[in-house]
Ligand binder design. Sequence first.
Ligand code: PLP
Length: 398
Amino acid sequence: MAVTRVPLRERGLSQRVRAVPPSGIRRFFDILATMEDVISLGVGEPDFDSPAAVVEAGVRSLRAGRTHYTSNYGTLELRTAIADHLERRYGVRYDPATEILVTVGASEAVDLALRATCDPGDEVILHEPSYVAYAPAVIFAGGVVRHVATRLEDDFALDPAAVEAAVTPRTKALFLGYPCNPTGAVLPPDVRDELARTAERHDLIVYADEIYDRLAYGSYRHRAFSSLPGMRERTILMGGFSKAYAMTGWRVGYLCAPAWLLEGIVKVHQYGIMSAPTVAQDAALAGLLACEADVEAMVAEYDRRRRLMVDGLNAIGLRTFEPRGAFYVFPLITSTGLDSETFAERLLREERVAVVPGGAFGPSGEGHVRACYATSYEQLEEALVRIGRFVERCRAGA
Ligand SMILES: Cc1ncc(COP(=O)(O)O)c(C=O)c1O
């Protein structure tokens, strides 16, 4: 006899999945998809195509019949190149045989790191506003997010004292996504050192998403968190090729961790994914070995656009922090009298410029919008004209 139960539609999805609200930005992309002549500053994706050497390596890989699985860890050639690259840039050495895993983008790396290390109820300290996927990854893994706010008044710098205050006996890890999406903030050296001391004092794992490591401007020099004294043993370093190498569609990233951690993380990858796409791994190898000049040229162009956007938005009267990394600006829009959702929706409908409401990145993002400047200089100039016109109308009460 059938037992009366709560309808399947109400209990079919797991509690963890139900606990995560739908992405705040999907609605905008739905509206955007119905419109023409939109300047999109919405998606965090380079406008450049992948460098020629990357594309050629991908084509060669396919023609050579490299259409099979690789080792679960990824090809040894790519792991070795990643190890050399990290050692050269940051002076931290990982063993390609046991400490490096090639993943399906940094996205998979984030998911693996959380799922392999979080037990139900483990707390993860996470700065916000931060990348939209971090908090859901913690929740899907069964963990609990403890947010630490960062603010425009402090240049979105993470306050080590606030991190310290968020530590409880259940704290398992500290999540650091720097350079930061959406603010463009970086970790100043004194903050970085203090956070390392906090991690050591409380014996925490550190998840370090450093996918924007190459997109650093002005006097800022990125330093891998794992290269700080004592941090290599507790840090899961995540990175990828999407941003610096303009390779979003290839889906390749990496995760580096001490062997004792990587051994467990590989299990989650092995059973869930098997291996990252072979063609993409071969292409990424060419990126590391042959595309330094391409990366530098793209970063120089992002820097030019960054200055245009910071100056342009401040001139319009939208207070904008000068980002030191990544490719986003995060202007304060409260002077328009609008909340960030309304601002973004009206800007899209009235002026055909797409930006992302700041609240999507955490409660402290409210009052801001995120604009990605990985689009052409000319498009950005036109976007600034349209934003200026819109802001003027808002201020005039229209
Ligand atoms: C901070 C951050 N981490 C990870 C990712 C995901 O990158 P990937 O394309 O390598 O999966 C993104 C993409 O926007 C990001 O901004």
